[in-house]
Design a protein around this ligand. Structure first.
Ligand code: ZN
Length: 464
């Protein structure tokens, strides 16, 4: 048996070679070629093919047992479960990926590229799913293989979940996790999705902000009435709703509801955020330092705090205004929130707030979709420290540690349903074209990511 340092170097070098030598490209090309678009109603056979013909054989060759779990919410969105148990006494790592993609948007890609045909150009691999998420879980599985080949064992147990519905809001995934709680039990989730904070900066994120969508409605009466004959006599719903909205934030977007913010950013989170710098993209809009919570800018504002947004706002018929007092006005709103805000209190607190300001007539209607719970693992958690040290050792760079993503993920399934800390190591970059034409993975990032993951999997086997 080689000594530990040799085995680590061998694993990391093999993982780099997996990308440099073209094996990653070949494997990813086959996976990108499966048009597993989850929003497409007839995509069921593609999802099953991806799991049973692409992922499962790869895992079985590494000694995993695999099985398909049926999804009670959507038969066409099955979930793959796989496990490789070395010893019940060893720690167990759960990993996750999603094999579905958004629409290919064929016809809109530069150079006439086919979204389902992997194409290499200028150090980039173009294709739908290259970063979101096929490329990311393909790298992680390959890194496990490199460690296994270098050491003959992992030194820990691995479980894996690949779902096929993430781009459609992960329908049924929570039920699958609840039904198979024992199957998925593990000490930690280590998985990859989303972008790094900057191309050259290895990144870890530990959860996701929550999101709560709802409509505010001023429904005064059916129909509109002539503003010359009735104006001044009838309540205008647009004015009522505008004033109600104006009580939720001040004119610079600062949230007025005490229960809608964490009160203060905890010190461990603030410390983690102080190391973050977001790489601006030339196409990014200019942010306003005066907007939002006073005193918070950049990462503190977007990762450490909450924001209220009006997504849409209508009164009467904007496309054809008439001289009338309209009957109804409505605003579609969203609160993005962090850990520290009690999810179950978000809408009741708004009701109390509106009532206290005399807006009993404004109705609150929760949105049926678009709801995520806020999650976060303590930046001082031992798994976070292990992964951080491992990345530093492999790359010589200190990773950026985000307490949570600004956006949302089905992370509550791991944190709340399955009850484990979550450590995400993203292999994408901010300008990757995810959810748009020209989605691509950078080969330089893929190589470093493969090395990082091999280092992490080696270190878990030796040090966890
Ligand atoms: Zn996506």
């Amino acid at each position: 048996m080689p000594d530990e340092t040799d085995a680590r170097e061998t694993s990391v070098a093999a993982a780099r070679n997996y990308v440099i030598g073209g094996a990653f490209k070949a494997e990813l090309a086959r996976r990108v070629a499966v048009p597993s678009e989850s929003p497409r109603e007839d995509s069921g056979p593609d999802h099953r093919r991806y799991l049973t013909q692409e992922i499962a054989p790869d895992l079985e060759a590494m000694g995993f047992k695999t099985r398909i779990l049926e999804n009670p919410a959507a038969e066409r969105l099955p979930v793959l479960f796989a496990e490789r148990i070395e010893d019940d006494k060893l720690p167990t790592v759960l990993t996750y990926g999603h094999g579905d993609v958004l629409w290919g948007m064929g016809g809109d890609w530069q150079e006439g590229r086919d979204p389902f045909k992997l194409d290499e150009a200028d150090g980039r691999l173009f294709g739908r799913g290259t970063v979101d998420n096929k490329g990311q879980h393909t790298i992680n599985i390959a890194a496990l293989r490199c460690v296994l080949e270098a050491k003959g064992r992992l030194g820990f147990n691995v479980k894996l979940m690949i779902e096929m519905g993430e781009e459609s809001g992960s329908p049924g995934l929570k039920e699958v996790a609840e039904t198979h709680r024992d199957l998925f039990s593990a000490d930690v989730l280590i998985a990859s999705d989303g972008p790094r904070t900057a191309v050259e900066t290895p990144t870890i994120f530990l959860g996701a902000r929550g999101g709560m969508g709802f409509h505010l409605i001023a429904d005064e009466r059916p129909g509109a009435y002539h503003s010359g004959n009735w104006g001044g006599l009838l309540v205008n719903p647009g004015i009522r709703l505008a004033h109600a909205l104006a009580t939720i934030t001040d004119a610079k977007g600062r949230i007025a509801l005490r229960e809608w913010t964490p009160g203060e950013i905890p010190e461990n989170v603030r410390n983690a955020l102080s190391t973050i710098s977001l790489e601006p993209d030339p196409s990014d809009p200019v942010s306003d330092p005066e907007w939002g919570e006073p005193g918070l800018v950049g990462p503190d504002q977007v990762f450490g705090w909450c924001n209220f947004e009006i997504l849409a706002f209508t009164c009467g018929r904007p496309e054809a205004p008439v001289n009338a007092v309209p009957g109804c006005a409505r605003a579609t709103c969203q609160l993005r929130y962090v850990v520290g805000v009690e999810t179950a209190r978000i809408l009741p607190a708004l009701r109390e707030h509106l009532d206290a300001h005399g807006f009993q007539d404004i109705k609150i209607e929760p949105m049926k979709r678009g709801f995520f719970t806020a999650t976060r693992t303590d930046p001082n958690n031992e798994w976070v420290r292990l992964v951080t040290a491992s990345i530093q050792e492999t790359t010589g760079k200190a990773p950026a540690v985000l307490p949570n993503l600004g956006g949302s993920l089905p992370n509550e399934i791991f944190v709340e349903t399955l009850g484990m800390p979550t450590v995400w190591v993203p292999h994408s970059h901010r300008a990757c074209g995810q959810h748009a034409p020209d989605e691509h993975m950078l080969l330089s990032v893929a190589e470093e990511a493969a090395a990082i993951m091999a280092g992490i999997f080696h270190d878990i086997g030796e040090r966890a």
